[in-house]
Design a protein around this ligand. Structure first.
Ligand code: ZN
Length: 203
């Protein structure tokens, strides 16, 4: 359904009941999804001390693994570990974490995931500080000519997706904004059109 709607990635939220107050899926679910789609499997680890679990998610078929800056004591080592296993590495930051903390690690990252809610639950309201954070980060990436994707996650729906896109976000995650609509495939197509219009493309 999401492939038909034009989604390019499948984002999988992994929660451990420690880093975030909720439990969700583990590597078995990633392994179950892998054979049924060729889309990028984008695994977002909202877990403490992710290092021990990273190989399991790589073996399960993840294409990209994102860890939280707040959950990693030795972030540089963790990012290197992810890359050494042959997948792309991302770092996520919670809404209250200054993005300046990414300064030293940014050249090593394939992706920065800006949280636009406090992670832990689906269906939360979007925090508009995302716009400023995304524009600032986009400025740094362009100034340094880095090859780093900006992703945003949390509370993004059809009514705010164009604004998020215009703030410089490359990859937009939407859970309830897609799956809690009556026709998720059509919602994805409408989201794509809204982003195209934001760029001034005739649709
Ligand atoms: Zn996520």
């Amino acid at each position: 359904m999401v492939e038909a709607g034009g989604a390019e990635w499948v984002h999988i939220d992994v929660m451990d009941g420690h880093f975030v107050p909720n439990l969700t899926v583990g590597p078995l679910i990633v392994e179950a999804i892998r054979p049924i789609t060729k889309l990028v499997l984008d695994v977002h680890l909202m877990i403490e001390d992710p290092d021990a679990y990273i190989p399991q998610f790589v073996n399960a078929g993840a294409d990209l693994i994102t860890v939280h800056l707040e959950a990693c004591r030795h972030l540089n080592r963790t990012v290197g570990h992810i890359k050494s296993l042959g997948v792309k590495a991302g770092v996520a930051v919670n809404p209250a974490t200054p993005i300046g903390l990414l300064e030293e690690i940014l050249p090593d990252l394939d992706l920065v995931l800006l949280m636009s809610v406090n992670p832990g639950f689906g269906g939360q309201s979007f925090l508009p500080s995302l716009y400023r954070r995304a524009r600032t980060l986009r400025g740094w990436i362009e100034r340094e000519a880095l090859d780093c994707t900006i992703e945003a996650d949390g509370g993004i729906k059809l009514d705010n997706i164009a604004q998020v896109y215009r703030a410089g976000v490359d990859v937009i995650v939407s859970g309830s904004g897609v799956f809690e609509t009556s026709d998720p495939g059509e919602t994805l197509r409408e989201m794509q059109r809204a982003c195209d219009r934001a760029l001034g493309v005739e649709v």
